[in-house]
Design a protein around this ligand. Sequence first.
Ligand code: B12
Length: 277
Amino acid sequence: MTGEDDKTGQDKRYVRPYGDATGDGMVQLSFTLPIPHGPRADGAAQQLANKMGMDPALVVHSHPIGKDFSFYVVYGSVSHIVDLDAVRVVEREYPLLTPAEINATVKKSLRRKLVVVGGCIGTDAHTVGIDAILNIKGFAGEKGLEYYRELRVVNLGAQVGVPDLVKRARAEKADAVLVSQVVTQRDAHVQNTQEMSAAFREAMGEARPMLVVGGPRFDPLMADELGVDRVFGRGTTPGEVASYLVHAISTRTVTKPTTRVTTKKTRSSTTKAGAAR
Ligand code: B12
């Protein structure tokens, strides 16, 4: 093992999970088996855990799900080691701005309101996520995009068809289209997003609006594969999205994310979202 040691003698580059003691490799895992609850299912759960590299593995919780299924939680030690230098994630390359800073940037760079059109596409009716970003009440203590004086938000809600989204984005002269996909069965989120980005490319070419997609099971590394400019995952806050939009608009290019280890969130000033607009 190489890497810089910290004060406790622990290597900073290579890590193992922590349970009772540093580096003991303890993890907890839950899953469902398609077999009736009982000793045989318990044994199957243990075998699965062993085959996944947990040794020893302890079944710490189980209960029946109907008569044909069983739910399991197993706890045990894995020998795997994570190399932090090999971790690939999207690093935020823009500063987190306050609402006042965002409004000022839009005013200066566009001299008009920045238009955002958003919604859930396909059959997806999970609007809580997109509402968390767009609605004035916001999410995690931050106001949503509707709160920003220099943003004009059109929230189309649930189950928006791609042709309708393209039509409306064009009619509203959208600078950015924000799409949410929460249902991921059979990779519906991937297919729907690719269909959406292809439709915008076909209808508007280079003049298309910025395309931003979000949802709990998206990996921010997927932007190219999805044909969009940016991907936001679980826990995204409205301020992160607004900051990205003004960054992309004011630089006049849609910046591709770099893939490096994430940095901590920083605000460019101490003013919180919700303060002076
Ligand atoms: C509430 C809920 C519902 C509500 C939705 C109400 C509504 N108006 O949204 C109702 C009851 C209608 C519902 C229905 C169904 N649901 Co449901 N539902 C949920 C639940 C419990 C919570 C989702 C939620 O609101 N999260 C809170 C929000 C704030 O989080 P979020 O969506 O991740 O959004 C954040 C980020 O992802 C991101 N984000 C999201 N979108 C966007 C977009 C942009 C542009 C950006 C920048 C960021 C961004 O920012 C948000 C804030 O951080 C989840 C389980 C769970 N615990 O997550 C299941 C869940 C999503 N549902 C599920 C299922 C299967 C269904 C149904 C198919 C059930 C059925 N058989 O009928 C239907 C489908 C209906 C449909 N046509 O879409 C599954 C999906 C499984 C899968 N692999 O796809 C889940 C995971 C439950 C489960 N474990 O099985 N559901």
